[in-house]
Design a protein around this ligand. Structure first.
Ligand code: ATP
Length: 316
């Protein structure tokens, strides 16, 4: 098996990062000045937080980057004591090269409890003359204010269509794949701004075929074509409950979609339906209700059929 493409094609310098332009610009300033504060990276998965930290380290430290960079994962390290010990060992030796500090990257820092974060804050203070911390998290609100106020905050956003397209085209070319326009659109649809997901879908599809079109993308990602989900919703709203439910079963059985996947796609299709604003509100509410019930453990098939029934009664 090939090396995972997310690793093989991970950018090595800040210049290779696609999108996140403002962030890259700010980080380059730190490289220029060889000086930076502690940083807090927040944002959804797979949009370049870890990559940006690695690229920053490479650009800043050059060939010595490995000696000057420590990566820890807050949810793997079995608590703050282990993190503290590792930081202490790492901070004991002087940075190698002409940059006066080392970098500690702490992934999933929002997995730490507030107490653990308080302990982390003290560790950050203790070693701040020799170490800069980069904390990565999905939600900055889960980081205690005293840490937030000690960090420069960087908010990473889901990647734009064009940015994902650029990267996928580059990989397809290097791997000798034919990525069709429909295939590219489909990967963009299923990955929802997450570059890791996009690259993984491309690699999984490439294991099955040299030509990547929408058919294969929806197959490997267990997603239905958006048109099919939309059609199911339209049938229900037109009062054709049985036809809508047949299509639902087809999505679940033939495409292997979970109830949660179907609801997510239905939610995304609301805006594409030709119904008035009030109906869209009712529909979003009904989908939310069904989602809650499924999360609580109710039968998916029954809940989704009931949702279609509700839509049939709701009408267009
Ligand atoms: N902006 C980007 N430019 C180029 N490649 C990217 C970008 N964002 C993500 N990638 C690709 O996706 C993979 C995953 O990205 P990364 O590990 O940086 O995500 P992350 O934001 O740290 O996510 P998580 O919060 O899940 O750790 C990388 O190996 C890289 O190949």
């Amino acid at each position: 098996m090939d090396k995972p493409w997310v690793e093989k094609y991970r950018p090595k310098t800040l210049d290779e990062i696609v999108g996140q332009d403002e962030i890259v610009k700010r980080l380059k300033k730190y490289v220029e000045k060889k000086s930076m504060p502690h940083l807090l990276f927040s944002g959804p998965p797979g949009v370049g937080k870890t990559t940006a930290a690695l690229c920053l380290a490479r650009d800043l430290f050059g060939e010595n980057w490995r000696e000057n960079f420590l990566e820890l994962n807050a949810s793997d390290e079995r608590g703050i004591d282990v993190i503290r010990t590792k930081v202490k060992d790492f901070a004991r030796t002087k940075p190698i090269g002409d940059v006066p500090f080392k970098i500690i990257f702490l992934d999933e820092s929002d997995a730490l409890t507030p107490d653990a974060q308080n302990a982390l804050r003290r560790t950050m203070e203790k070693y701040s003359d020799v170490c800069r911390f980069i904390l990565s998290c999905n939600y900055p609100s889960k980081i205690i204010p005293p840490i937030q106020s000690r960090c420069a905050i960087f908010r990473f956003s889901p990647l734009k269509k064009e940015d994902i397209a650029k990267k996928l085209k580059e990989i397809a070319e290097k791997e000798g794949l034919k990525l069709t326009e429909s295939g590219l659109e489909a990967i963009i649809y299923v990955s929802e701004g997450d570059m890791r997901k996009a690259i993984n879908v491309l690699q999984t599809a490439a294991a099955l075929s040299e030509v990547i079109d929408d058919e294969i993308v929806y197959k490997v990602s267990s997603r239905a074509r958006p048109e099919e989900v939309k059609k199911m919703m339209e049938l229900a709203l037109e009062g054709k409950f049985v036809e809508a439910r047949d299509l639902l079963y087809k999505l679940m059985v033939e495409w292997g979609m979970s109830g949660e996947d179907i609801l997510n796609q239905m939610f995304r299709e609301i805006n594409n339906l030709d119904i008035d604003e009030r109906k869209k509100v009712e529909l979003a509410d009904a989908i939310g209700e069904t989602d809650f019930r499924i999360v609580e453990g109710a039968n998916e098939r029954i809940q989704l059929s009931a949702l279609l029934a509700k839509m049939a009664l709701m009408g267009k």
